[in-house]
Design a protein around this ligand. Structure first.
Ligand code: NDP
Length: 389
């Protein structure tokens, strides 16, 4: 059956060397004969087909068109598009690809809804004059995407094979094949890892000064970190807060000199180096009341009364499943070209797109993530159209 299908392939889809592009790995227990022992190409293929349930194939060298066709014939369903991530970028991509009739499948990952689902009021997303709760905004987008045919799977993507199209995705619920993949897996803010910190996220603990700074007008707050993010957050927060204490775990700062100079010169900012946070206070009251601090040089423990704690200790882009298959920048973010196209060794990987925070260390806003999600979806449409689907 498969052989017949292969013979029916148009000439350009069945190049002369297609057989040599696939190597069959036959399990030892398969029998005494071997593929090499079969004389004619037809017999060799028939033999392979009889073992197809047990055989696995691997690509040798480049990924020829014949491999693509073989995969398409072997597998029951190949999706038009899969979206990895269900934050602002992923859901916007789902709305657009859904409206284009592509029945997108959204893999929700371990942080469904992304960072917006962990914030409270969002006041800078256009269209909501009174603001909207982050989780509600995400839920609205999800419903909007579902209305246009998007489906959602609460699974993690463990491994991907981008060496040929369709791409093979190994998820916690099995394998998925797809012609296009939109990576919208975001960047997760680093946290200190304290239970009290976790309990107060959205109640005074935040990792986004731009999102939440406004709520701390005339309040005393603290920022943690010694890099440029922390400096930027501290400077930004002086617009609202009456006092900003910058807490850093050692005496040396990673931040650029110019940013550190600005922070040191600012009348509203107090630097406390060599200081670590032992606990965030206010869990019972469900709002931040202060932090318990320890000076790492003297061991002295003190309490600082604050209403808000901002983490500026960096972000981790969620890309580990793509290791070695795509180009990343020096901080681990996906390097994109033409806004959302992804490359490997500086060559565009056809059918692969990235949007949102996983490829944006500069803006990291809900609206910029949504914008790039839209771009990725439009590129998917163009790609599938050009590829004849
Ligand atoms: P960085 O990795 O540069 O800095 C992270 C900071 O957080 C470090 O000071 C680190 O301390 C501290 N830290 C990390 N983990 C912990 C922890 N568990 N507890 C306490 N402190 C911790 O990240 P940034 O986000 O600041 O910057 C990332 C990149 O983005 C940099 O290249 C930066 O220059 C760039 N950037 C540029 C900006 C600009 O130009 N306007 C703005 C923001 C970022 P330690 O130093 O001890 O390791």
């Amino acid at each position: 059956m498969l052989w017949r299908k292969m013979r029916q392939m148009p000439r350009e889809r069945a190049p002369q060397n297609w057989k040599s592009s696939i190597s069959w790995e036959v399990p030892q227990a398969a029998g005494s004969s071997t593929l090499a022992a079969s004389r004619s190409p037809q017999r060799r293929v028939r033999f392979a087909l009889s073992l197809i349930q047990r055989a696995s194939y691997e690509v040798k060298g480049s990924a020829p068109q014949a491999l693509k066709s073989t995969r398409e014939n072997l597998m029951t369903e190949i999706r038009s598009t899969v979206i990895l991530g269900s934050g602002c970028a992923g859901l916007t991509a789902a709305i657009y690809t859904g409206r284009a009739g592509l029945n997108p499948l959204v893999l929700e990952g371990h942080e469904p809804g992304g960072q917006l689902s962990m914030t409270t009021t969002v006041e800078n997303f256009p269209g909501w004059p009174e603001g909207i709760q982050g989780p509600e905004l995400i839920e609205n987008m999800r419903k909007q995407a579902a209305r246009f045919g998007a489906t959602f799977q609460p699974v993690d993507l463990n491994q991907v094979d981008l060496s040929a199209n369709p791409f093979r995705l190994q998820t916690s619920a099995g394998e998925i094949l797809t012609r296009t993949l939109i990576v919208a897996s975001g960047a997760s803010a680093r946290w200190l890892g304290l239970p009290s910190e976790h309990a107060l996220i959205g109640h005074g603990v935040s990792s986004c000064a731009t999102c939440d700074g406004f709520f701390f007008r005339d309040k005393e707050i603290a920022v943690v970190g010694g890099g440029d993010s922390a400096m930027e957050e501290a400077l930004f927060l002086t617009r609202f807060a009456s006092k900003v204490t910058l807490l850093h775990r050692r005496s040396g700062f990673r931040a650029s000199k110019i940013m550190l100079d600005r922070v040191q010169a600012h009348p509203k900012i107090v630097l406390r180096p060599n200081t670590v946070i032992e606990e965030v206070l206010g869990v019972e009251e469900k709002e931040v009341k202060g932090v318990r601090l320890r000076d790492v040089t003297t061991g002295e423990v003190t309490t600082l009364a604050i209403s808000g704690l901002f983490l500026g200790i960096g972000h981790e882009p969620n890309v580990k499943m793509f290791a070695g298959q795509i180009d990343l920048d020096e901080s681990g973010y996906i390097r994109t070209t033409g806004n959302v196209l992804v490359t490997h060794n500086e060559v565009v990987v056809p059918g692969l797109f990235a949007c949102g925070d996983v490829q944006d260390r500069r803006y990291r806003q809900a609206i910029t993530a949504a914008g790039s999600g839209c771009m990725a979806a439009l590129e998917v449409e163009k790609f599938l159209e050009a590829d004849g689907h």
